[in-house]
Design a protein around this ligand. Structure first.
Ligand SMILES: [Zn+2]
Length: 510
């Protein structure tokens, strides 16, 4: 926009200059003899010369006004789809309304989406607003978790992450990258001039009256800025603990831990295994069961979804609000239940474990190889085993497995390798099903995901083993003796039902 303003000024100055020249020359022909002599042909002597000067003047004035009009249009476009709201830490978030007519396609025809995208990309800079509208609307409709804009040497790839796997939707010329990323930056209230610097922002996306919280991050790469837009999977389910995929036995134990007045409940699993969804569902469960008499607070990084009735706090390192600092402050606010996004350091771990011992229910997540591994991880962080044993009531480990596409799933013979890695006997009485791939599932054979869970309940014998700092493997076998259902056995139930295939479970939990 600043460039356009400069150009408009230039046109204005030039036209003033030409007008001045015409006036001076036509009024005082005699005084400008030196000009006549310096020019090989006198302008006034030939009517054509004067005419062409007036024409130049006219063109300059026209160019000036057209640039002004263009500036106004730019402003209107930026304004048209954005209004603003204020977020929890006082930052302004733009509300970005996508015209509802943007998605008039049927979701069962993904090939149509790709061809519509390349059509919009071919319109170049003039179609950038509609292109982004379409990218976001299609992503919401297809339940995409992340949109990647990846610059390459001569082309940019637009990818969607669907059910955990990346899928290239369209490639477009590199010349469009800057405009597209700038447009996203404007929507996220980020500076468009500070290129070559990582930036993070938020957008409140609105489609057909529904609001979606969207995160944007950009990072400079060899061929330009790479942008990733995270659409939280909040629309996948409404955070209902019963809909996550827990076996009834596991649901029973886990929900039992959530209604206790104190203790620490920990979740573990790799990134993208659905821990956050489970934590939100747990909070919602507590809210429904004991919510009216309970003060529920959270400290999160980031707040992925607003839960009415819960006091959510966002980690803000710029203002000294770390997990540990936030927790200390929250504990002075008379909380009953505290959800801590993640335990990353010793200080946070210490406060959580301590709070779980002193009349608070703590729900948090921590990285570990499996449910039993959480204890040694915390001991390595410097937490006393006897504190762990008394504070932690249970650990829930989880993974996400892709579901067979219900359009193309057929009976199939699984690979021996996968059967072996899951300890499934060859002669097992199971009708194995697997998706063959069809248009509904982007020819992948999978559509949607479900969680598989393993819960380790801290019973008196487990407590004793933790205090004695036994090896993780020993703790697992002890827990199995106590009735722990391992992840793979929980997944086996889905294989029996024909909704998950053996290779997929072997990939995730084999
Ligand atoms: Zn299919």
């Amino acid at each position: 926009m600043a460039n356009r303003a400069k150009v408009a000024w230039l046109y204005l100055i030039l036209s003033g200059f030409v007008l001045g020249l015409i006036l001076i020359i036509s009024n005082n022909p005699r005084q400008f003899k030196w000009l006549y002599s310096s020019l090989s042909m006198s302008i006034l002597d030939s009517p054509m010369g004067l005419m062409s000067m007036i024409l130049i003047l006219f063109l300059l004035v026209a160019a000036f006004f057209s640039t002004l009009l263009q500036m106004g249009r730019d402003k209107r476009i930026a304004k048209r789809k954005t209004s603003e709201s204020i977020d929890k830490v006082g930052k302004t978030i733009r509300i970005y309304d996508i015209p509802s007519g943007t998605i008039s396609f049927s979701p069962s025809r993904p090939s149509e989406i790709s061809s519509r995208m390349s059509m919009l990309a071919r319109r170049g800079e003039t179609g950038i607003v509609e292109f982004l509208d379409y990218i976001m609307a299609a992503a919401l409709k297809l339940r995409v978790s992340d949109v990647h804009i990846e610059p390459g040497m001569s082309e940019v790839a637009l990818k969607y992450r669907i059910d955990g796997a990346l899928q290239t939707m369209v490639t477009f010329p590199s010349q469009l990258l800057d405009r597209l990323v700038s447009r996203i930056r404007i929507l996220a209230n980020l500076s468009t001039y500070e290129k070559g610097k990582p930036q993070d922002g938020r957008i409140n996306l609105c489609l057909k009256g529904r609001h979606y919280d969207v995160r944007l991050s950009t990072i400079p790469t060899l061929h330009g800025d790479k942008a990733v837009i995270r659409l939280f999977e909040s629309h996948e389910h409404d955070f209902d603990l019963r809909n996550l995929g827990m076996l009834p036995e596991i649901y029973e134990v886990f929900s039992g831990m959530l209604v206790k007045p104190q203790g620490t409940v920990l979740l573990t699993g790799p990134t993208g295994s659905g821990k956050t969804t489970t934590m939100y569902s747990a909070v919602r469960f507590i809210l429904e069961h004991v919510g009216s008499t309970t003060n529920i607070v959270t400290i999160e990084d980031p707040i992925e979804r607003e839960i009415p009735g819960v006091n959510q706090t966002q980690v803000d390192l710029k203002h000294g609000l770390s997990f540990a600092a936030g927790l200390r402050s929250l504990l002075r606010q008379d909380p009953d239940v505290i959800m801590v996004g993640e335990i990353r350091d010793r200080e946070t771990a210490e406060i959580c474990i301590q709070a779980g011992l002193t009349g608070h229910l703590i729900i948090s997540s921590i990285h570990a190889i499996n449910s039993a591994g959480v204890f040694n991880r915390l001991i390595e962080m410097g937490i006393e085993p006897f504190l762990l044993a008394s504070s932690v009531t249970g650990v829930l480990a989880q993974r996400l497995v892709r579901l067979n596409c219900n359009v193309c799933a057929k009976a199939s013979v699984p690979s021996l390798k996968s059967l072996k890695s899951l300890n499934i006997p060859l002669n097992a009485d199971i009708k194995f099903m697997k998706g063959e791939g069809c248009e509904n599932c982007w020819y992948k054979g999978y559509s949607g995901r479900v969680g598989i869970f393993e819960i380790l309940e801290v019973t008196p014998p487990i407590k004793q083993a933790i205090v004695q700092k036994v090896e993780t493997s020993e703790l697992i076998s002890l827990a199995r003796n106590q009735g722990l259902i391992p992840l793979r056995d929980a997944g086996l139930e889905f294989i029996r039902r024909g909704i998950v295939d053996v290779d997929e479970l072997a990939r995730v939990a084999g």
